[in-house]
Design a protein around this ligand. Structure first.
Ligand SMILES: [Zn+2]
Length: 200
């Protein structure tokens, strides 16, 4: 990578500071702490980073990130395969999993429609969703998209595209604030919103 310092400590701080949610100050503190016990912290971390970078990829079925494809959720025989929850991204999928609110499968859209941002239907995993439904067995699609202008427009678009398939389409109801991103909601709010879904 360009623009990185040669000094190993400064280099590490600079790389960590690029991590979302971790500024330069936090990166410096983390590096200092780790340098106190490099064998216990830095080497396992380096291993974990290498393994994750080499093994993790998007699930060919749902788009979740996992070391296996199909992912652990898609492979789980306990999951209700009649139910697919459509989410904007993996962050939202993980948030719903943390809330233990959804017993079915997922489908990661990879974003929401954005006329201004140049994101059209062909940029999202809509066709793969229709193909999954075409394989049969799906009875309900839960549209769990953010309550933003783009998220709502995407939900409407998706509902129209799903109508001919005959599956029931529901969406999150109470609990999701207008303009709210799903992955920052607390688990209780998220669980209530999922339970209170209703037909669109
Ligand atoms: Zn999957």
């Amino acid at each position: 990578m360009r623009d990185l310092p040669n000094d190993p400590i400064e280099r590490l701080i600079a790389l960590l500071a690029r991590t979302p949610g971790l500024g330069r100050r936090s990166a410096r503190r983390a590096v200092l702490k780790m340098l106190m016990h490099p064998q216990d912290t830095m080497l396992p971390l380096a291993d974990a980073l290498t393994q994750a970078a080499q093994a993790v990829r998007p699930c060919e079925t749902c788009g979740n990130l996992d070391a296996r494809s199909p992912c652990g959720i898609c492979r789980d025989p306990q999951r209700d395969r009649h139910l697919i929850c459509v989410v904007e991204g993996v962050a939202e999928l993980w948030a719903l999993e943390r809330a233990h609110a959804h017993r079915g499968l997922y489908h990661v859209l990879g974003g929401v429609l954005s006329p201004l941002g140049g994101v059209g239907p062909e940029d999202l995993a809509i066709q793969p969703l229709l193909s999954r439904i075409g394989e049969g067995g799906v009875e309900e699609v839960i549209v769990a998209l953010p309550a933003t202008v783009d998220g709502t427009a995407t939900a409407h678009y998706l509902t129209d595209r799903l109508k001919p398939t005959g599956v029931a389409v529901t969406r999150l109801a109470q609990g999701v604030p207008v303009g709210g991103a799903l992955d920052v909601l607390d688990e209780g709010t998220l669980a209530a919103a999922l339970r209170a879904r209703r037909p669109v």
